[in-house]
Each structure stands twice: as C-alpha cells, then as structure tokens.
Design a binder for this molecule. Sequence first.
Ligand SMILES: C[S@@+](CC[C@H](N)C(=O)[O-])C[C@H]1O[C@@H](n2cnc3c(N)ncnc32)[C@H](O)[C@@H]1O
Length: 212
Amino acid sequence: MRRTVAKAERAGLSVGDYLESYSSAPGATTSTVEAVLRLGGLPEGVERVCEIGPGSGRYASLVMSALRPRVYEVYETASDWIRYLREKFPQILVQPADGHTLEHTATASVDLVHSHKLFNYIPFVATLGYLAEMARVVRPGGVVAFDVMTEDCLDDAMTATWFAHPERGMIYALTPRPWMLDFFAERDLDLLGNQFVPLAGVRTELLVFRRR
Ligand SMILES: C[S@@+](CC[C@H](N)C(=O)[O-])C[C@H]1O[C@@H](n2cnc3c(N)ncnc32)[C@H](O)[C@@H]1O
C-alpha cells in the first residue's frame, strides 16, 4: 500500500489513476462501473452494497457516488489497505475477512455484491467460496458483478505471451465459464451481460448477474 501510494504521488496521479496506468488502461475502472450500473439497472439510494477485495477503493468511490447506499461494506484481507480505506472512506463498514466467506453478511440482504481484479489472483478454491457466498447474500432482484479470467479471455496474443514468458502468467488463476454459469443458474442468478476488461497485457471478463 505504502509503495503504491508513494508511486502515485511521485507520478502526480490519484491512486486509482496510477493503478489504471500500469495494470489496466485509462478509463477501465469507470467503464467497468458503468457496465455494472447499466446492466444491473439498480436505482440510487439502495440499502446495502458489499465489495470483496476493494484495495484502494477506486471502485467503491464510484459505486458509492452513483448508488448512495445506506451501507457500503467491504471484505479486505490486507491490513494496510484496510487502514487506508478507513482513513479515505470513514463511512465504509469493514467486515472481518477470512479470505473466502462473507460470514458477517446476512442471507438475501445485499442489493449489489461485487469484486474486481481479485478472483484472477487467488486460488480457485477461495474464488469458489466467494462465488457461493455472493449468491447467498444477494437479495432477490439484486446484482452480482465480478471479473474472472475465463477461457474466453485466452486469445492468441495472451497464450503466445505466456508461452514465451511463463513467469508473466504464473500469477493468474482461471475460472471455467460454462461451469460458473451453471453454478449461478442453479442459485437463481441469470447472466445480464459481460465485458472484457484489460489487465496488464492480458484481459479478464466482467460478468453481471441478477438474482431471480
Ligand atoms: C489486485 S488487488 C485489486 C484491488 C481493487 N479491487 C482494484 O481493482 O483496485 C486485490 C485486492 O484484494 C485483496 N485480497 C486478496 N486476497 C483476498 C481475499 N482472499 N479476500 C479478500 N480480499 C483479498 C488484496 O489485499 C487487494 O486489496
């Protein structure tokens, strides 16, 4: 956290813009949030939003401005980012995070549960826990949104890069797309739409679901 904030300051950028400049593409955060809001169709003034792995809060800030939820809660495992979030966004409720569940959030209580640039980095077993928990906590009519690296992200450029430089691909975990769609369909979640999101020379797929 300290290194990221210091580098952003040296570059004269906000932390969010700095993160975009080296790990994504300018405007990618805004475009992701716009897609979640457009596809999800949630009104301003919702009751509760939950985010997993918010880091600097660059998505939280945009979603809070757009939806003005009564409660914005996060599950974040890094203590330094938790300190940073508490200072920058004192209104955020930081829930104790065990790394794979949303155990402090009631079933069917959340209007929007979302996560970005997390599930492509953690072991699939932890992603599986979070996917099941997102399906549990979202209310009927509520929205689940996240990006994952699916097989549809694997274009020729990406596999050629990984073949030539395996060290660049080692950090990523893939989530199988057909399995995931079945997993959510069995939990009353329908896919509303998707969008590819750039990530340091590769890409992830943003998926947005609504609970029946
Ligand atoms: C790559 S960063 C992305 C941060 C933010 N979503 C963004 O895109 O700017 C991943 C974030 O998730 C947090 N994290 C890592 N593993 C986690 C887990 N198992 N549960 C919750 N948060 C986690 C990290 O501390 C970090 O803040």
